[in-house]
Design a protein around this ligand. Structure first.
Ligand code: UDP
Ligand code: MG
Length: 329
């Protein structure tokens, strides 16, 4: 098998058949074998039903992995990678925002340029609002400043890579998965190509501002321990400020005999320091929580059903001349 397309699907009932047709049209005359691995991520609509129909028809080689509940796109990608048998593996969404024709270009680049292990697409033009775009820029600036890995802004999960890269990604079996970080962490030579995301063919996006914020926090916590140092920094600054303030109060009393009206200052300090402490405990809590989750060692996903290729009917073997047994009776 030359190419495996890993396609996570969550409530994509209207898209899966159109997606398969688009793939078949794009790879019609490609001259190599490919398979589509659909991962049904606990969809609540008719996605599984439609995938079963596609699987039964086998218009092109199709496998379906169906989760016991919604485990998230990252888990879907992991499951798809585990079942991919191709020499190249491609990650692509089911909603046709990412055109299969681009995957063909990616395969061509990998074929022609042995120095590249990954071809990743980044969005050259984004249709999102200025506010979201500003927050995304801030996120990349923060994570690149704090962590050891460097994330390429605007690079998506939409990428094709060699089997060795897939093996490395599977070795990172952490429970909280942040694929942008995982791709950057495993390294390998990556060729970035621009693409423009199309409109969603049907259905709606599963992302909103809060989910993106959670995803960003996941990324920063997963790839940097710098926030933990914030407690040390804030504590040191507050300690120095306290000593300086104390000196100032003593001097004021000795030189000018002014009694310090303490009430407002004390309230402000209690509130300020209290919130600083809670904030730092919160950060530590985020890390402890993740360590706890990981220590439980739970699987990344649970597959309720796996539809592999249908077994081929054994073909009738006609005896050749040499096989004909002599009847000596
Ligand atoms: N997806 C998934 N599980 C989820 C959320 C999304 O498998 O919990 C899939 C979804 O079906 C789609 C891909 O991930 O194929 C990207 O999702 P979406 O189109 O909502 O994201 P966007 O393109 O808006 O960033
Ligand atoms: Mg999409």
């Amino acid at each position: 098998m030359k190419l495996s397309l890993v396609v996570p699907c969550y409530n994509e009932a209207e898209n899966v058949a159109a997606f398969q047709q688009a793939v078949m049209a794009a790879f019609d005359d490609c001259g190599y074998s490919y398979e589509i691995i659909f991962v049904n991520d606990g969809s609540r609509d008719a996605t599984l039903h439609n995938l079963k129909k596609i699987h039964a028809a086998q218009q092109c080689p199709v496998k379906v992995i169906s989760f016991a509940r919604n485990f998230g796109k990252e888990a879907g990608l992991y499951a798809g990678l585990q079942h991919a048998s191709g020499e190249y593996i491609s990650l692509i969404d089911a909603d046709l925002q990412q055109r299969p024709e681009i995957v063909r270009q990616m395969v061509q680049i990998l074929d022609e340029s042995p120095e590249y292990d990954v071809v990743a697409a980044y969005q050259d033009r984004r249709r999102e609002g200025k506010v979201l775009s500003f927050f995304k820029k801030c996120f990349y600036a923060i994570i690149n400043a704090l962590s050891d890995v460097t994330l390429q802004p605007d690079a998506s999960d939409f990428r094709t890579f060699r089997r060795s890269v897939r093996d490395s990604i599977l070795e990172l079996n952490e429970y909280h998965r942040f694929s942008k970080g995982i791709f950057a962490w495993v390294g390998y030579n990556t060729c970035f190509i621009p693409y423009t995301a199309c409109e969603r063919a049907a259905g709606k996006t599963k992302w909103n501002f809060w989910k993106l914020t959670e995803y960003a926090i996941e990324g920063i916590i997963g790839y940097s321990t710098a926030p933990l140092r914030l407690a040390t920094v804030l504590g040191s600054v507050a300690g120095i400020a306290a000593v300086l303030y104390l000196l100032w109060v003593i001097l004021e009393k000795m030189l000018f005999g002014i009694d310090v009206p303490g009430y407002a200052t004390i309230i402000a300090l209690i509130l300020g320091l209290g919130s600083m402490q809670l904030f730092c405990i919160g950060i530590i809590g985020e890390y402890v929580g993740r360590t706890f989750e990981q220590s439980k060692n739970r699987p990344i996903y649970i597959a309720k059903e796996i539809l592999d290729y249908p077994e081929k009917e054994p073909e009738a073997v006609l005896p050749t001349d040499g096989d004909v047994q002599q009847d000596n009776s």
